[in-house]
Write a protein that binds this ligand. Structure first.
Ligand code: UD1
Length: 420
């Protein structure tokens, strides 16, 4: 398993290009299952999670052409609406094939994703929604087996705001008979990006980006071309990396409009941020101020940025209280940050972070995608050398991480370890 070696202390400066959003690309790739005509996507990031999803839909009979950031999917010969455990277990977002498969094929067998490091993460809301649309759903032998000759429009209400749940049901409703209303829908920009792609494919959707989405089902969808939105979490992570090192940088191919809550907190911490049309400029002070935060569904502060802000607070002036309200077990980075000298106390879903003057390099272990990002940020400011183990998590969600950090002046190196 590869490791990342970081020599801390370099001030990040320069320009970095932000990639397309993983969490938008994943559902949009699944949208290709809804039509017999080709769907072409651009700005698709080269990430392991994208490769996993392409592998999954490829074995269902989807033809895939990939060149650079462009992917063309042709699901005309889709003949195997099954998502096996071996492919689903590595990535929970695989559940996103469920809605499109039932809608297009009348049947789907999708392995339950199971738990993951950050919590139990059930899919009951996805199932409840499909049942309300008339699907017969059985959970047997670890698989969700859903059957519906044609889904029927329905009024759906999810018990909590769920991003992939909203996306799954929105895709399923596109081919249903009649109107579907999703209440308590997720408002995340990735839901809007998916809706935009579906509309380009001929779907009739209104209200995406609000908590009530209306979908009037159509007989069929057609091919389209769509550019995936920029990755707001990658953007936020680089803003934090620059902020931690007291640096100054311009992030291109992205926009602050998806990141109000994060930008606000960085400004509270003392950073100057200038938003341009397709870029963000950040200038950080020599030392940040601590900032309290509480994660919540969009447009509030994203859980996917919590770990990175814990790293910032670890070296800030003052004490910060961080509350995690989305996932029950999302503080695993705290113990690793402590190994670098951070002063963090955890009580249930609350972390109290007392800023220290300096962190010290050590060997730490990445436990999930965003936790790994927080360790990278801490390693960039820690004295001497930090070694991050199990960086396959980073490869799931950050395109060309070392190259981008090197371009900003970081001292990082990947140690490739072959497993024979
Ligand atoms: C998505 C994002 C992930 C982000 C998360 C929250 C993708 C591919 N992943 O994950 O990066 O951290 O949103 O912003 O877009 N829940 C249930 N039952 C369900 C569905 C969800 O209890 O059927 C719970 C979850 O356990 C969690 C909460 O609802 O506590 C929110 O989860 P959800 O929004 O569904 O997360 P994902 O869509 O999996």
């Amino acid at each position: 398993m590869d490791k990342l070696l970081i020599e801390g202390g370099a001030r990040l400066a320069g320009e970095v290009a932000i990639s397309g959003a993983k969490n938008a690309a994943l559902p949009i790739l699944c949208a290709a299952l809804l039509t017999r005509e080709p769907l072409t996507l651009t700005n698709v990031p080269r990430l392991n999670d994208i490769g996993t999803l392409l592998g999954l839909i490829g074995q269902m009979g989807v033809r895939i052409e990939r060149e650079g950031d462009r992917v063309t999917l042709d699901a005309s010969a889709l003949d195997n609406p099954v998502a096996p455990y071996e492919l689903v277990k590595t990535m929970r977002a695989s559940i996103l094939v469920l809605g499109p498969l039932v809608a297009r094929c009348g049947e789907a067998r999708v392995s339950l994703p199971g738990g993951c490091a950050i919590g139990a993460r059930p899919v009951d809301q996805h199932i409840k929604g499909l049942q309300a649309m008339g699907a017969e759903v059985a959970v047997e032998h670890g698989y969700v087996h859903a059957v519906a000759r044609r889904l029927k429009g329905a009024r759906l209400f999810t018990d909590m705001v769920t991003v992939t749940g909203t996306e799954n049901l929105m895709m399923a409703a596109c081919l249903a008979d009649g109107e579907t209303v999703i209440e308590n829908a997720a408002r995340e920009p990735e839901v809007v990006d998916l809706a935009n792609c579906l509309v380009a494919m001929g779907a009739n959707i209104s209200g995406a980006g609000t908590d009530v989405i209306r979908i009037r089902g159509v007989e069929r969808l057609h091919g389209a071309t769509h550019r995936v939105m920029p990755d707001r979490i990658e953007t936020g992570t680089y803003l934090c990396a620059v902020a931690a090192t007291g640096g100054e940088a311009r992030l291109t191919g992205t926009s602050a409009c998806y990141l109000d809550a994060v930008v606000d907190k960085l400004m509270d911490a003392g950073c100057e941020i200038v938003s341009e049309r397709d870029a963000i400029h950040i200038k950080a002070p020599a030392r940040l101020d601590a900032v309290n935060l509480r994660t919540s569904p969009y447009p509030a502060f994203p859980t996917d940025m919590q770990a990175q802000f814990m790293a910032l607070n670890a070296i800030a002036r003052g004490t910060a209280v961080i509350r995690e309200t989305i996932f029950e077990n999302r503080f695993m980075h705290a113990v690793e940050l402590q190994r670098l000298g951070a002063d963090i106390g955890i009580d249930g879903n609350t972390a109290v972070v007392r800023g220290v003057d300096r962190l010290q390099g050590a060997t730490v272990m990445a436990t999930d995608l965003r936790a790994s990002a927080s360790l990278v940020i801490a390693g960039l400011v820690a004295e001497d050398e930090t070694v991050i183990e199990r960086i396959y998590h980073l490869d799931r969600g950050y395109e060309r991480l070392e190259a981008k950090l090197l371009a900003l002046g970081a001292r990082v190196r990947r140690i490739v370890q072959r497993v024979d």
